[in-house]
Design a protein around this ligand. Structure first.
Ligand SMILES: Nc1ncnc2c1ncn2[C@@H]1O[C@H](COP(=O)(O)OP(=O)(O)OP(=O)(O)O)[C@@H](O)[C@H]1O
Length: 298
């Protein structure tokens, strides 16, 4: 089997349990992500999503296991991997524009100041920020605007992998919707790979090519990889009419409501856990229903 662009191999994370022992967050988790894919991960609180993301970002070391990107084992943070957190993590003493140019100048050291500025302004415009706003400091922006800056900053650095940890968690529904659209617009114009944590099932279906489902912790597993068999471009109001929408949604709800508990706490016992691929496609069934009857010849 050809290895994936991002390959997570036998990842194990254990922490001290505070009673002299240790508890296992997940054990021998293995999965791959292809170049250019948009993958969301869903699972109940505490199953280990942020732990996986921090390891991918190089901000934490796993107890065991390897992560390879483009065939190379990753270690420590890198400009090849950009991170967007829920709390924006902008530099408060810099203007919006400088929050973006700061990273771009480091990423592209040979560029002139003008190239860095033009590139940064172009990415801010993609997320709807222009004019006076780009000269304001983060404290003078709304929460939605700050998150737009974080997204523009991450994409402007053109990392190979973008890690989004609940980027819209703190936003109201309307702002969330607009920024989801902007995120997809920026991502569609690149070959960047996105790995995103969300708690919102509808958001995951709207954005992702694939959704990874985690069982409850401790000893959590990435149990399923659900393909989102709904063509792009997707529109939030029309997507619900697609024949696959509720079939996929029901599957996800059922997993999170029941199977995530039933499958929980099963020790890996040295086994490598790979997610099972789930492909739900009602359009194939409909097409089969409408297939012409075979002519009967006598
Ligand atoms: N540094 C740490 N030391 C000890 N335990 C930790 C540490 N970091 C995380 N944990 C524990 O590991 C488990 C997984 O945490 P993690 O934050 O990855 O979960 P999560 O799925 O991202 O949760 P949420 O959806 O609530 O953000 C939890 O039980 C958490 O308490």
């Amino acid at each position: 089997m050809a290895s994936s662009f991002l390959s997570i191999e036998q990842l194990t994370q254990r922490y001290p349990d505070g009673k002299g022992g240790e508890f296992t967050v997940f054990e021998n988790a293995s999965f791959g992500i292809e170049k250019g894919e948009f993958v969301c991960i869903l699972g109940h609180s505490g199953c280990g999503k942020s732990t996986i993301m921090n390891i991918l970002a190089g901000l934490a070391e796993p107890t065991a296991g390897v992560i390879k990107m483009d065939g190379q084992a990753i270690s420590g943070p890198s400009l090849d991997r950009g991170v967007v957190f829920q709390n924006y993590s902008l530099l408060p003493w810099l203007t919006t524009l400088k929050n973006v140019t700061f990273g771009v100048a480091a990423r592209f050291p040979k560029w002139t100041k003008q190239q860095v500025t033009d590139h940064s302004i172009a990415f801010l415009e993609k997320v709807g920020l222009s004019g006076d706003a780009i000269h304001r400091k983060p404290s003078q922006l709304s929460g939605g605007m700050r998150q737009r800056v974080s997204i523009a900053r991450a994409f402007a650095n053109e990392p190979k992998l973008l890690l989004l940890d609940e980027p819209f968690g703190a936003l109201d529904a309307l702002t969330r919707g607009t920024i989801q659209d902007e995120l997809i617009k920026v991502w569609s114009g690149t070959d960047q790979t996105v790995f995103m944590i969300t708690h919102d099932i509808d958001e995951a279906i709207l954005l992702a090519d694939r959704i990874l489902l985690m069982t409850n912790g401790p000893m959590a597993r990435v149990a399923e990889s659900v393909e989102i068999t709904i063509p792009r471009p997707r529109n939030r109001t029309q997507i619900v009419q697609h024949p696959n929408y509720y079939a996929i949604r029901n599957h996800l709800v059922q997993f999170l409501g029941e199977r995530s508990v039933k499958l929980a706490a099963q020790p890996a016992d040295g086994m490598i856990h790979r997610p099972e691929t789930v492909r739900i496609d009602k359009t194939e069934e409909r097409a089969a229903d409408k297939a012409p009857l075979r002519a009967i010849t006598s």
